[in-house]
Design a binder for this molecule. Structure first.
Ligand code: C2O
Ligand code: CU
Length: 431
């Protein structure tokens, strides 16, 4: 197992948000916005319980903020990075100091929470090492999945069937511009990211879907993925061939290196015509020729996930149940709504400190919605998560959480273009 890197009680990082050239593969590049000129942004890493300080300098021409996706920020709501809700956005030329406890452990990420900036690549991994992992492994690698969008992000319209645009007055849903490919750690498949393994070792893959819009299916030719964590919290290890990961979600999976070769790690956008992404799992004895194998059909289901931590405090009847209908305006609409309201013209969801709260979400649209609650983990099925996909076509998902972290928290669809056109609410409560 890798030694946790205990160090100073405080981890300090310096980020600057800048316009920079992003090189994706084979010399292809475009003008993106990045942290420190890197895409994905520099890894921020700490051991659970440590205090982390990140100073950000805004060298962009627009205001910005950073959200620490996965951190519960107990008592630190002001560090949550939601402009106009938890802080005033950081003006161009200004600096801001974020400081928070590294809790909980797991695979998390950080990203801008202003407008469509996330889709300009203002994002990076945030890894919190657990002091006492429930699994054994030898090495680890982080894979950041994302769409290749070399143009300026803007809200477009689609028919909800994936691929083509609705266009021409036919009505449609506000959506992302079509991506031009799938990136793994910032690389297109013709110059793929490589994950090195030694035969007989176990590697922990930390998977982050940083895409603004795409849900991905991931699998590795001829290898099992033993899923061990979702959105940070540990689950009973479950072997699968593939898993689906929605925008904002994370999964950790241990892969046993049992068949020498150089195998494709395949990432396919679900319900989209975007070309697939690929990285390589490269054994040390391999000659580098890519071995083609097969990916089986066992796909991870929500019902396969069983949290290791006790879920007792979330069981029993809730103190408050809130029904939330997720929908969009098909005919000429340019909004996504929760109970018919489009944020910011939307009422806050009101709850009280100490309550066990249940959200019953019903999706009245054909598209899936990866719903994310800031500042809390919630129980869905038998798992603890912070982002969950509500399937399209009348999909329903119920989540339970305990209001034990007062503040003004954001609750929204992590499809950036759905959030930006209204699918969001504030959930404020006081001590
Ligand atoms: Cu990952 Cu409100 O965000
Ligand atoms: Cu959505």
């Amino acid at each position: 197992m890798p030694e946790p890197q205990y160090g100073d009680p405080d981890r300090e990082y310096q980020l600057s948000a800048t316009e920079s050239e992003v090189i994706v593969a084979g010399g292809e590049s475009y003008n993106g916005w990045t942290y420190n000129g890197e895409y994905p942004g520099p890894e921020i890493r700490a051991v659970e319980g440590e205090r982390v300080r990140v100073t950000i300098e805004n060298d962009l021409s627009e205001e910005t903020t950073i959200h620490w996706h996965g951190m519960v920020l107990d008592g630190d709501n002001a560090m949550d990075g939601v402009p106009g809700v938890t802080q005033a956005a950081i003006e161009p030329g200004e600096e801001f100091v974020y400081e928070f406890d590294a809790e909980p452990a797991g695979t998390h990420w950080y990203h801008s929470h202003v407008g469509l900036q996330l889709d300009r690549e203002l994002l990076g991994p945030l890894i919190i090492e657990e002091r006492d992992p429930h699994i054994e492994y030898d090495t680890e690698a982080t894979l950041v999945l994302d769409e290749y969008l070399p143009t300026e992000p803007r809200v477009e319209t689609s028919n909800g069937n994936g691929g083509g645009m609705g266009g021409m007055g036919g009505g449609g849903f506000p959506d992302a511009p079509p991506a031009e490919g799938t990136l793994i750690n910032g690389r297109l498949p013709d110059e793929p990211a490589t994950v090195d393994v030694e035969e007989g070792s176990r590697i922990r893959l930390r998977l982050i879907n940083a895409a603004a819009a795409a849900t991905y299916e991931i699998g590795i030719d001829d290898h099992d993925l033993v899923v061990t964590h979702t959105d940070g919290p540990a689950v009973e290890p479950v072997p699968v061939d593939t898993l689906e990961i929605g925008p904002g979600e994370r999964y950790d999976a241990v892969v046993e290196a049992r068949s020498p070769g150089t195998w494709p790690i395949q990432v396919r956008a679900v319900n989209k015509s975007t070309s697939a992404g690929r990285a390589l799992l490269d054994y040390d004895q391999s000659d580098g020729d890519v071995t083609e194998g097969e990916i089986g059909s066992r796909q991870l289901q929500l019902s396969d996930l069983h949290a290791i931590d006790s879920l007792d405090e979330y069981r029993g009847e809730p103190d408050r149940t809130i029904d939330l209908t997720l929908s969009g305006e098909m005919m000429g609409g340019d909004e996504w709504t929760i109970n018919g309201q489009a944020y910011p013209d939307a009422d806050p969801i009101s709850i009280e400190e100490g309550e066990h709260v249940r959200f019953r979400m019903a999706n009245r649209s054909p598209m899936r919605h990866p719903m994310h609650l800031h500042g809390h983990h919630f129980v869905v099925g038998d798992a603890l998560k912070d982002t969950v996909i509500v399937p399209g076509h009348m999909g329903e998902i119920t989540i339970d959480f305990v209001a034990d972290n007062s503040g003004a928290w954001f609750f929204h669809c992590h499809h950036l273009y759905h959030m930006e056109t209204g699918m969001a609410r504030e959930v404020p409560y006081e001590k």
